[in-house]
Write a protein that binds this ligand. Structure first.
Ligand SMILES: Nc1ncnc2c1ncn2[C@@H]1O[C@H](COP(=O)(O)OP(=O)(O)O)[C@@H](O)[C@H]1O
Ligand SMILES: [Mg+2]
Length: 383
């Protein structure tokens, strides 16, 4: 009556390779970039060492089995890749201690896909980089690359991030927060808090990325439109004083338990086209704005060390694990002001984070390998 399932009883077979679920796409505005990143990682992940399972998340949030062919995820003829909805619906393990991932096709009976040892979430923005996915993986007791729940959430929320950084003595630009509904309720109050920040201002959604919804405001008359634009991405909006300085980014890589995080050499971003008032979406991804990424940045030894020190302290203050890119402004006086931390930075082979590590002596494939190794060595739960 209760037939036993076939068991793998062979004792002679080689130990199973760790199985990595590469997870990408997602519900945020950075869906396409995530797919491009996945192409990069799928192209270099060492398949002699790891089994790979490619899982895509559609823009509406459905998890589907998808292609692990790097070519599929390249930008072809200017068309950005995306995850297509299919009927191959992927299901995470439901029980602690069970690592079996399943796929349900055409609404049928779920079929086993094998165990997953570690998830590599290549997701940017909300529902990927913000702690929500990390919480789900914690509940499922599945190991994953990168920061945990709280650090991911803090890194995503530019307001919460500033509170924690300020509390740890790290410098950030002066700012005001406009809470959901506040602009409608008390427009004069908002203006009174924002005015002392001076001009120009940067208005940004508290929880977005890729410069989506961000505007530079040079005239207070433009503030309401900028707030409305940001609020389309997040009801919580941040208004910041513009910092005059060079835009410098530093990669930080976690260390095995107990070790100090490592900082890469810093790199610099220069947007030279006056059509782009800052490092906006088009400048980041569409090759506009005459953007030059220089790494290592020409800062001299003392400033370089200052940036690396601030980057590591920022990583530690937020409680990051695995990887993060810390973006700072270096002012003409040599002050280092933290702009933001990205717990899942752009990660294509041409993105700043991998390039920074390459300039520091760690090639992209080794970086991917290092991140997976760190994640495999780290259990879920409090640590
Ligand atoms: N306070 C500021 N002063 C000067 N430039 C800023 C400031 N805030 C943002 N920027 C510009 O806007 C870009 C995007 O802002 P950022 O806060 O990094 O958002 P995102 O998370 O979308 O990358 C920055 O790279 C920089 O060019
Ligand atoms: Mg940024």
């Amino acid at each position: 009556m209760n037939a036993l399932p076939a068991l793998e009883t062979s004792t002679t077979s080689a130990p199973r390779k760790p199985r990595v679920m590469v997870l990408f796409g997602g519900r945020s505005g950075e869906h396409a970039i995530s797919c491009v990143t996945a192409g990069g990682v799928l192209g270099v992940i060492d398949r002699d060492r790891y089994d790979v399972l490619a899982v895509g998340i559609t823009p509406t949030g459905r998890w589907v089995l998808t292609s692990d062919d790097p070519e599929r995820w390249a930008i072809t003829d200017g068309t950005l890749p995306s995850i297509e909805d299919t009927d191959a619906h992927v299901l995470l393990p439901q029980d602690v201690g069970d690592r079996e991932v399943q796929v349900r096709e055409d609404g049928g009976v779920p079929r086993a896909l094998g165990e997953v040892d570690v998830v590599f979430p290549l997701l940017h923005g909300p529902f990927g980089e913000d702690g929500t996915l990390q919480g789900m993986l914690e509940l499922a007791d599945v190991r994953y690359v990168g920061s945990g729940v709280l650090a991911s959430a803090l890194g995503m929320d530019k307001h919460a991030m500033k509170v924690v950084l300020t509390g740890n003595g790290l410098p950030v630009a002066p700012y005001a927060v406009v809470m959901p509904g506040e602009l409608d309720r008390d427009p004069q109050g908002v203006l009174a808090r924002v005015a002392p920040l001076g001009l120009p201002l940067f208005v940004k959604p508290a929880r977005a990325g890729s410069s989506l919804g961000i505007s530079r405001v040079d005239d207070l008359a433009d503030l309401p439109a900028a707030l409305a634009e940001a609020a389309q991405h997040d009801p919580k909006v941040l208004v910041e004083s513009a910092v005059v300085g060079r835009e410098v980014e530093c990669g930080v890589l976690g260390a095995p338990a107990g070790g100090r995080p490592r900082a890469s050499l810093p790199g610099e971003i220069v947007v030279s086209d006056p059509e782009h008032a800052f490092y906006d979406f088009e400048a980041k991804y569409l090759g506009e704005g005459g953007v030059v990424l220089t790494c290592p940045a020409d800062l001299g030894p003392e400033l370089t060390e200052r940036v690396r020190d601030v980057a590591v302290r920022t990583f530690e203050a937020i409680g990051c694990e695995g990887l993060a890119r810390v973006d700072v402004f270096v002012t003409p006086d040599g002050d280092v002001v933290v702009n933001e931390i990205n717990t899942m930075p752009g990660f294509t082979p041409f993105s700043m984070y991998p390039r920074l590590w390459q300039a520091t002596g760690l090639e992209y494939p080794e970086l991917v390998d290092e991140l997976i190794s760190l994640a495999l060595a780290r259990p879920t739960g409090l640590r």
